[in-house]
Design a protein around this ligand. Sequence first.
Ligand code: MN
Length: 341
Amino acid sequence: MNNEFNPSGFAMKNGNFIGLPYTEENAKIVLLPVPWEATVSYATGTAAGPENILDASYQLDLFDADVADAYKIGIFMRPADQHILELSNYTREIATMHIDNLENGKGFVQDFVDKVNANSVKVNNWVKEQCTELLNKGKVIGLIGGEHSTPLGYLHALADKYEDFGILQIDAHCDLRNAYEGFTYSHASIFYNAMEEVKNISKLVQVGIRDYCEEEVDYIKNSNGRIEVLYDHAMNEALFVGETYQSICKSYVDKLPKNVYVSFDIDGLWPNLCPNTGTPVAGGLSLPQAFFLLKTLAESGRKIIGFDLCEVGSADEWDGNVGARVVYKLANLMGKTLGLV
Ligand SMILES: [Mn+2]
């Protein structure tokens, strides 16, 4: 780090997250943008989420009340990969034709679905390669979507390193559908695919869930406790009758194993904090509730081994502003549990 760096000064627009003075070589945490949103079913724009987060991040101050000297951890954000973005734009056009066909009763064109699925596999493989390379260099990774399908390759890379890990997912949706609209690697299927493909994931704890289907509830029931859900309505009802939020957080954190990956879909938060996300849903966690949950996890003695933040919209700077705060908190708490600061 540059000795002249002033953590109380204004952020330089140097291309790095919050203007932090690190390169990929000397950073300990690398933020990996995956600008991919081929299978989105509602609002578009999350492929430019990483750029929106970067642009808004210059507004943030560096002091973190939960992590002393957080700015010293060393965070570097890669530029968004243009090939992935081009592939996303191209694939999105095919996916849109397919979804229009479905919605207007014009039938199911297998060729469209095959093309989308083939490109999704390319992205999954690319993400796994990038993550494996970074992990082998001793870096810790925060993946920045893009739609929520993007972390699958990262979870595979982590499974090569960790025999056993759990996932804390903050999300409005379970994302446990066995394919959606014909797309195997849909944003709505990320945790179905993760649970089926990545056997090293011993536990998935979902929080904020408030928009889900019968098929997903059955899948959870049949998981023999591998998946546990704190539904948004159940959380609020417990609060209404006098349970403390602390006790609720603790009881769900305690279900997780020693190593925990955090998957943060921004739509887990109140929609006024993410108005341009792919699939906004009324209800959800406030930002302080989400941060308290993450802090409870970090202070439980567990290690946060990686994270993703997905579905941040780009139509308005505000989405990026909230997203940047979530990224910084996740990175700092992760760094603290790994002893990086
Ligand atoms: Mn999601």
